[in-house]
Design a protein around this ligand. Structure first.
Ligand code: CAA
Length: 258
């Protein structure tokens, strides 16, 4: 399928989605977010794909919601169209892991999109901000909520109340992103990590993602109980037998996703 605002490729068992509205620094228009929803659904449903990478350009991952598109909307418009909820949240429903590879600006909704992914890698020139305060609005896709869980209250308040940008080093230091690469090799390095994940047992990968995400939504005791049940359940898979046999026989595991 071809898209107007995305370039979608497959690299072995990895799906690569590149947001592609260079004229607007990948501002998250209705068309882009709708197409992203479709692309994510298609890759999630594709048995040949085990992991997904979301990226933008070297200048911008995404510069936020499309300000020109939303500037004249009133309350009824955004409420009735269910703005954001309707087309922005497929990333949070995708079962396969999604890694954000962030080069350049990830501002407002761009930062929020990156935080909806399961891991975030940054290029050396990445810049993050929640600049909504400068536009007279609050963030609307997790900037006050996910960001606070990622980096803590002090820094989240600082970013949300001032709109200041943080760079790649600060993003890694405060736990927003996990790895930093040179700008030119970010996507290539991210694809390598995604390929490594895609080669693991698919049921295990999905279960690990589900368990880590559960930690945000439950108590520690319930979360550990959930993890324990998943762990017990893994012993019903062929891949558990294969993974452990491969270790004992000193050979690489050949997972069948069963
Ligand atoms: N929406 C629409 N168009 C945008 C845009 C956005 N968020 N960000 C950039 N663009 C457009 C610019 O209007 C410009 O278009 P024209 O050439 O037609 O004028 C083009 O992209 C290039 O941008 P600049 O000329 O501004 O480029 P720059 O290098 O001078 O500055 C920038 C880059 C600092 C990212 C600046 O563009 C900027 O501040 N953008 C807005 C960032 C922002 O406020 N994002 C938050 C949006 S609100 C939100 O996301 C709400 C939410 O939580 C859901």
């Amino acid at each position: 399928m071809s898209y107007n605002t995305l370039i979608v490729e497959t690299h072995g068992a990895v799906g690569l989605i590149r947001m592609n509205r260079p004229e607007a620094l990948n501002a998250l228009s209705f068309e882009l977010t709708s197409e992203l929803t479709e692309a994510l659904k298609a890759l999630d449903a594709d048995d040949a794909i085990g992991c997904i990478v979301l990226t933008g350009s070297e200048k911008a991952f995404a510069a936020g919601a499309d300000i020109k598109e939303m500037a004249t909307k009133n309350f009824s418009d955004v409420y009735l169209e269910d703005f954001i909820t309707a087309t922005w949240e497929q990333l949070t429903r995708t079962r396969k892991p999604v890694i954000a590879a962030v080069n350049g600006y990830a501002l407002g909704g761009g930062c929020e999109f990156a935080m909806m992914c399961d891991m975030m890698f940054v290029g050396e020139k990445a810049k993050f901000a929640q600049p909504e305060i400068k536009l007279g609005v609050t963030p609307g896709a997790g900037g006050t909520q996910r960001l606070t869980r990622f980096i803590g209250k002090a820094k989240a308040m600082d970013m949300n109340l001032t709109g200041r940008m943080i760079d790649a080093d600060e993003a890694v230091a405060c736990g927003l992103a996990s790895r930093k690469f040179p700008v030119e090799t970010l996507v290539e390095e991210t694809l390598k990590v995604a390929a490594e994940i895609a080669a693991y047992s698919r049921p295990t990968v999905l279960a690990v993602k589900e368990a880590v995400n559960r930690s945000y939504e439950t108590t520690l005791a319930e979360g550990v109980r959930f993890e324990r049940r998943l762990f017990h359940g893994m012993f019903g898979t062929e891949d558990q037998k294969e993974g452990m046999a491969a270790f004992i026989e000193k050979r690489p595991a050949n997972f069948k996703n069963r």
